[in-house]
Design a binder for this molecule. Structure first.
Ligand code: ADP
Length: 385
């Protein structure tokens, strides 16, 4: 290479070194003396070029990183591309984290290192700002969702309350104006009608409260050791009474009586009462409803099967939306909130819910919950042994 060519090349590298936005140094690998430095280093570290050229580069490294730097400098022919971080110190004593890029070059048989330092505080700050912005976005989206839901709640609930209130008011008017003309039997009938409307409103309000608690993430999860079969028996009995025994409600358990697990009994009640009530509500009178229970791998599996009206295909993907009700159940009372409560309760347990349904044939909902601390009853030993 001719001298002119050599000079042109050197000029080219100098220009690159000088114009680098990253603080850059060239230092002697044996003495650690700074041989060259660029403008960005002076701007960021606060030393003038003259001061730098009098300095040992180790002065830029926080005291606990010097040994590591010396070890790195002792290695020949290594390149570091940002995977090493170090704590650097400015002239005014401020410490900050940098990612180091360094390459070995030989100048007139002296081993030297070309070092670039990238200020990590900026990228860390950007990363923190990005995390903050994305969490803000998530919180805003959640707020919007809650607001939308609140509006829907208000309009549906006020509509759903207005109807029974109007019915109650009209029967109360009739009773107060004409009670003398009504037989005791007729008066009792009107009072029963009022009672059923009040029950309907209470049910709606309870469901609304349960769903909004779930949305505000205020459902508590308090597992205790529960006898699985006994809990299911109690729930089935509750459903039979509410259903006025219009459907046989059976339990088909593969678990021996006395098997227990860590469950939140209140949430299990929410889940199974809603599913069993739906199964009876959406089945012709007399058709049986079955709750099956078994233990599979590390899951407790509960299935509620009915032979009722089924869920139309087009309704299936919207089943867990608040207030959603399929068209084929329009004549049957309901709030469209039960399955939302079931899903929230299942998720609180860390479980999953799925279903299979055919219109006119029936529906099966399957809940899988993690089987925590499942304990089988001790097997009684025969005396004859
Ligand atoms: P609700 O029963 O009060 O309407 P849910 O949230 O419990 O509200 O159920 C939502 C909808 O899912 C019901 O309106 C009905 O269309 C459908 N559904 C739920 N369970 C069954 C079932 N066992 N058989 C048929 N349809 C069902």
């Amino acid at each position: 290479m001719g001298e002119a060519e050599l000079r042109a090349k050197e000029h080219h590298y100098r220009a690159l070194f000088e114009s680098s936005p990253l603080p850059s140094w060239l230092y002697d690998q044996e003495t650690f003396c700074i041989l060259d430095v660029n403008q960005a280093a002076s701007a960021q570290y606060g030393y003038s070029r003259e001061e730098f050229l009098q300095m040992d580069i180790r002065k830029l490294v926080a005291s606990n990183g010097v040994a590591h730097m010396e070890a790195l400098a002792a290695q020949t022919n290594i390149s570091v591309d940002g995977e090493v971080t170090s704590l650097h110190v400015k002239k005014d004593g401020t410490e900050f984290e940098v990612a180091i890029y360094c390459h070995q070059i030989n100048i007139d048989s002296r081993r030297a290192r070309l070092v670039f330092a990238r200020d990590m505080t900026i990228s860390k700050q950007l990363e923190q700002e990005r995390i903050y912005a994305s969490s803000l976005e998530t919180a805003l989206a959640k707020d919007r969702e809650i607001l939308d839901l609140k509006e829907r709640f208000l309009s549906v609930v006020s509509h759903e309350l207005r109807t029974p209130l109007a019915v109650i008011l009209s029967w109360v008017n009739i009773l107060s104006r004409y009670h003398e003309k009504l037989t005791p039997q007729m008066q009792l009938e009107k009072l029963n009608l009022i009672r059923s409307q009040v029950k309907r409103m209470t049910h709606l309000l309870e469901d609304v409260l349960a769903v909004s608690r779930g949305h505000a993430n205020r459902i508590e999860f308090q597992p205790t050791t529960a006898d699985i079969l006994a809990t299911c028996e109690e729930i089935a009995e509750y459903v039979r009474v509410a259903d006025q025994n219009q459907h046989p409600v059976n339990i088909d358990s593969m678990l021996p009586p006395g098997t227990s697990a860590q469950l939140d009994k209140r949430l299990i009640e929410h889940i199974l009462i809603n599913l069993l009530s739906n199964a009876t509500k959406y089945s012709p009178i007399g058709k049986p409803v079955t709750l099956s229970i078994h233990h599979e791998d590390d899951q407790l599996v509960f299935s509620v099967r009915d032979s009722g009206v089924g869920i139309p295909k087009e309704a299936q993907e919207r089943l867990f939306e608040p207030f959603f009700r399929a068209e084929n159940v329009a004549s049957i009372d309901g709030t469209g909130l039960g399955l939302v409560i079931v899903k929230q309760s299942v998720e609180k347990h860390g479980g999953t819910i799925d279903y299979k349904s055919r219109v006119g044939k029936g529906t099966t909902f399957t809940i899988r919950l993690p089987a925590k601390h499942i304990t089988y009853p001790a097997v009684a030993h025969s005396d004859a042994m």
